[in-house]
Design a protein around this ligand. Structure first.
Ligand code: CDP
Ligand code: CDP
Length: 224
């Protein structure tokens, strides 16, 4: 069966979206698009160039001049900005702490949404973010809104980081709650569950269980 659909996965920080989306894409031989990585790459660039989120026009001008590429790889996706691999930099606490402020800029969102829509034009895409089911791919055949409790999400991030960044569980919980607040509260395409999305609370689910659930939804779809 070679009928391909588009799958939109949205939800708050640390719910497991990128991990799950990547594995679902692998299982189905679909293309994975991490839209958070695009907002992070832009944020990394602006911090480096010293452009504040208040300077919306300047942010947009720079973003339009940037070439952002998402390259699938064996151990995840690489992010290139103007040909340079910035993957190691975009998950830093510095970028995480600022990304939601740049992500509120309307012009920047329009620009990135257009790029994301181009990437999904041929179907067979699993895309994760905050506004995929509501704004980027409102016609996606399958929409998942993935959640987990704040405590569980902070704990997952904590385990992932280890001692590397010297960050405490409490700090992570604060960072995540603050981002949820900004992302859900912003005016332009806030984090919101699409009316036709399936809500998946993964607090008590492990990674294979979540992947299997979504793959089976997809199969139900493509076989009907
Ligand atoms: O992986 P994590 O949940 O920490 O975040 P991410 O998916 O990498 O996204 C980082 C930030 O980018 C989010 O907190 C949002 O502020 C923004 N974002 C967005 O506004 N819209 C998207 N479609 C994806 C990310
Ligand atoms: O993309 P998002 O911020 O939603 O989350 P993620 O970066 O994919 O996942 C955060 C962490 O939770 C990763 O270390 C995953 O391995 C882990 N995870 C988990 O333990 N159980 C799940 N059901 C999903 C993710």
């Amino acid at each position: 069966n070679n009928l391909k659909i588009n799958i939109a996965i949205d939800g708050p920080a640390g719910a497991g979206k990128s991990t799950i989306a990547r594995l679902v894409a692998k299982e189905l031989s679909y293309i994975y698009v991490d839209t958070g990585a695009m907002y992070r790459a832009v944020t990394w660039h602006m911090l480096k160039a010293g452009i504040k989120p208040e300077s919306a026009a300047e942010v947009l001008r720079h973003a339009q001049a940037m070439e952002i590429e998402l390259i699938p790889g064996a151990d995840g996706q690489k992010v290139l900005v103007d040909g340079r691999d910035v993957t190691p930099y975009i998950r830093s606490l510095e970028v995480s702490g600022m990304v939601s402020q740049y992500a509120q800029i309307e012009g920047l969102r329009k620009h990135l949404v257009a790029l994301q829509q181009q990437m999904a034009a041929r179907k067979g895409v699993v895309m994760d973010g905050r506004d995929i089911g509501t704004t980027v791919l409102p016609n996606a055949e399958l929409k998942i809104f993935m959640t987990a409790s704040v405590k569980e999400r902070a704990l997952r991030r904590f385990k992932e980081l280890g001692d590397a960044q010297g960050v405490t569980l409490e700090q992570l919980e604060k960072d995540i709650s603050e981002r949820d607040r900004l992302d859900a509260g912003r005016e332009i395409s806030p984090l919101r569950c699409a009316d036709d999305a399936i809500v998946l609370d993964t607090t008590h689910m492990d990674i294979p269980q979540v992947v299997d659930t979504i793959v089976s939804y997809c199969k139900t779809h493509t076989n009907s």
